[in-house]
Structure formats: C-alpha cells, structure tokens
Design a protein around this ligand. Structure first.
Ligand SMILES: [Fe+2]
Length: 410
C-alpha cells in the first residue's frame, strides 16, 4: 500500500529549557498514546483497514455539507459502505452548534454504531467527538456542555478523526467547542480524545485560499500561544516550537504554490499545534478571537492572527507585578526570547512585524483597520471577551489591557 503510518513526537531538551531549532527532533514515539496517528499522502486509504482491525460493523459517518465531496474522501466512504452498515450525518451549521450535536446524538441512537468516523474541518471533528462520547448515554448534550453532568469516564464507541483542513489540530485534542444561542462553550475531557487520527494532506487540496490561509494561521497561533502559556512544559514547548517552525516555513508555499511537501508540513504543524495545546490550552489571542470573528465575520485563525502580534509585544513587557505564570517574569521573558529565535527575529517589534507580513503574504488582512468595514468600538469588543479564557496568558489580561492590545491592532 502507498500510505504511510507514522506516530510523530517532538522531544524536549533534557534540561527543560526551550528547545533551540537544532534541538528539535521529530522521531517515532515509543509510547502508544491516543490518538494513534496515520499521516501521509494517501493515508485516508487506511480508513477501511483500520475499521476492519477494530472490528467495526456499523459506522456513523459525521461530515460537513461539502467536505466529503470537496476533499475527495467520498471514494473511501463508498468502500466502507460496500462492506459495513454506514449511516451518514451531516453537520449543517457554520459552527459546532448544540442543535447539530442533538441531531447527531439522535442519529446515533437510531443507528447504534460501534464506530464514529468524522471527515471534515474542526467544526465537524468537534461535533463528532461530542456525538461519540454523549451518544451512548441517554442524556441531552446540553447537560454536559453546561457542566450539569460529567462526561462518561470512558468512551464506549470508537472514534476516528480525518481532518480535511490543516489548522485546528482538533484531531489531537481532548476538547470540543460548542455554541448555544451564539454563546461559546468548551468541553474538555479525556473521553473526547480520538482513538485514531488519519491525516492525509491530499484531502485539503481543494480548500479555498482564505480557508487554507486561516487554518494554517490557526495552527501557527496555537503553537505560539502554547509556547508562552502558563501551563507550558519542556515537552509542550518542543512540540510547539517544531510546529511553529513548520508553519512559518511552509504556510506561503502551501497556500500560494500548493506545493505538496509544504502542504504535508502544514498538516504536521497543525497536528503538533493540537498536541501542544492539548497540554497547555490556548491564551489571550484565542480568547479575543471569538469576539473579532463575530464582529467582522472573519475566520477563527484569521482573527487569532490579527491580535497575536500585539500580544507578542504585550507579553514581552511582562513584569513581576503583572506576571500570571508562577515561574516568574524572568522565566516568561526568557521563553519569549526563545520564541523570537524560532521566529528568526531579534525583538518583539520585529516579531510582530514578521507575523503581520506573513498574514498579508497569504492574502489576509493583518490589522482590524484593513478589514474595510465599520466595526464595533474597541471598548465594546474588549468587553465581549471572556477573561477566563485568557487565564493561561503569561501576563495578566484585563479589559483595559485588551483595549490597549486592540488599539495596537488597528
Ligand atoms: Fe484555534
């Protein structure tokens, strides 16, 4: 068979300091951790064999309205349908909405699958995680989203995730986003972690440029935020550093030249970003992104990339008075120095400039003022941010700081 199966891990430096680029080593993981990762051009052909190995006979396929056809994954699905019972469930909303999760859980009850397979972008994967975990219970997903009930300690059906965009890293995380009446909630539980992740760069070939650019920028932002997160560890920083280098070096070529090797590298960057934030969670740029996306109708990764340069400068000015990382301001400043080495610049200002140049190079607007439409006031935007989501930021963030950062993004 032509597909490759690889389990990749990035090793940290033994002393716990930040990994310099030369220290980064993507090598075979000796540990059997979930999800098992199958990565490479044509890797999606492994889907049928994996289901067979796992003894699946009834499969619930979760997909997007267009993702199955556009990604070219339809052929793999047809093969499954020839030898197993296959029910297909389409996620219709633009975001992972409670309604989709409820419909999916009903579909689960109707089809009683032994495996859930998701093929699509981050939204589809998030909905599938919830369906596979909540489906075997008799409960409404809302109960778990609102934390009125705890998710089951162990998922009882198998879950295989096949991303068709290179960016969110959702295939490697134990969390899922859910929206109820426009309000964003997060589920975070080990049961949401998939059994298998199949990452086939050819499935993202047909992504429109804006979506490809936004997805790649999401991966880059996740790596950078993970790197400076108060929850970072030597291992998470090594994962994040490797992912950010891959994203920085390949984003343009993957989006503009559709270079095969660059696309593969971007898929790996997305996976690494997922593995890194699964340890650290995200920080202030992600917390800010939801209000920006809603106010300006821009994609999630794009919204993160608009404020990330300003947060790089903001975080670099951390002091002992406002540091949020228990390891102290010196530690945070040292990690930001490391970050600048990975970005290949010498100052935070130059780092911010390089990041904005990359956003523009892939055809997106790098500042709020470039979005070309009247938006809400900085004050209102800042007030919409859930500060709890920014608590992993290394420098404390309040509404006043957010207004300052937003002002710098104009
Ligand atoms: Fe993200």
């Amino acid at each position: 068979m032509s597909w490759t199966v690889q389990r990749r891990v990035v090793r940290a430096t033994p002393d716990g300091a930040a990994a310099s680029p030369s220290d980064l080593d993507c090598a075979a993981d000796p540990h059997e951790l979930r999800p098992r990762v199958h990565m490479g051009e044509g890797a999606a052909r492994a889907l049928m064999a994996l289901l067979g190995q796992r003894g699946a006979r009834k499969v619930l396929l979760v997909c997007g309205a267009e993702s199955l056809r556009q990604s070219g994954a339809e052929a793999h699905v047809r093969r499954i349908a020839r030898s197993m019972k296959l029910h297909q469930f389409e996620v219709k909303s633009a975001r992972p909405e409670l309604d989709d999760m409820r419909r999916g859980v009903l579909e689960f009850h109707g089809s009683r699958p032994d495996a859930v397979v998701a093929i699509g972008g981050g939204k589809v994967l998030d909905v599938a995680k919830v369906i596979a975990t909540v489906g075997p219970t008799a409960a409404d997903p809302k109960q778990f989203i609102l934390k009125k009930r705890a998710l089951p300690g162990r998922r009882t059906v198998q879950l295989i995730l096949v991303p068709t965009t290179a960016g969110t890293g959702s295939e490697a995380t134990s969390f899922a986003v859910a929206y109820i009446l426009g309000v964003k909630f997060s589920l975070d539980h080990p049961s949401l972690l998939a059994d298998e992740a199949i990452i086939d760069p050819s499935l993202s070939d047909s992504m429109p440029l804006r979506l490809a650019a936004g997805s790649g920028l999401d991966a880059l932002c996740q790596c950078i935020e993970s790197y400076w997160s108060v929850r970072s560890t030597p291992h998470s920083r090594a994962l994040a550093a490797c992912g950010m280098r891959l994203a920085l070096d390949n984003l343009e070529a993957a989006c503009l030249e559709h270079r095969r090797s660059a696309r593969q590298a971007l898929c790996q960057a997305a996976l690494l970003s997922g593995q890194a934030i699964n340890i650290t969670r995200t920080t202030a740029a992600h917390a800010m992104s939801y209000a920006l996306s809603a106010a300006y109708g821009i994609g999630h990764g794009h919204a993160c990339a608009i404020t990330l340069p300003a947060f790089l400068e903001y975080n670099s000015q951390v002091t002992e008075r406002d540091v949020a990382d228990g390891r102290g301001a010196d530690f945070v400043r040292a990690r930001i120095e490391d970050l600048l080495v990975h970005i290949r610049v010498s100052t935070p200002v130059a780092g911010a400039k390089r990041l904005r140049a990359l956003v523009r190079a892939v055809g997106l607007e790098a500042r709020i003022s470039e979005l070309g439409r009247e938006g809400p006031s900085t004050q209102w935007l800042a007030s919409q941010v859930n500060l709890e989501r920014a608590q992993n930021n290394p420098r404390r963030v309040g509404h006043q700081a957010l207004r300052q950062v937003l002002h710098a993004c104009n």
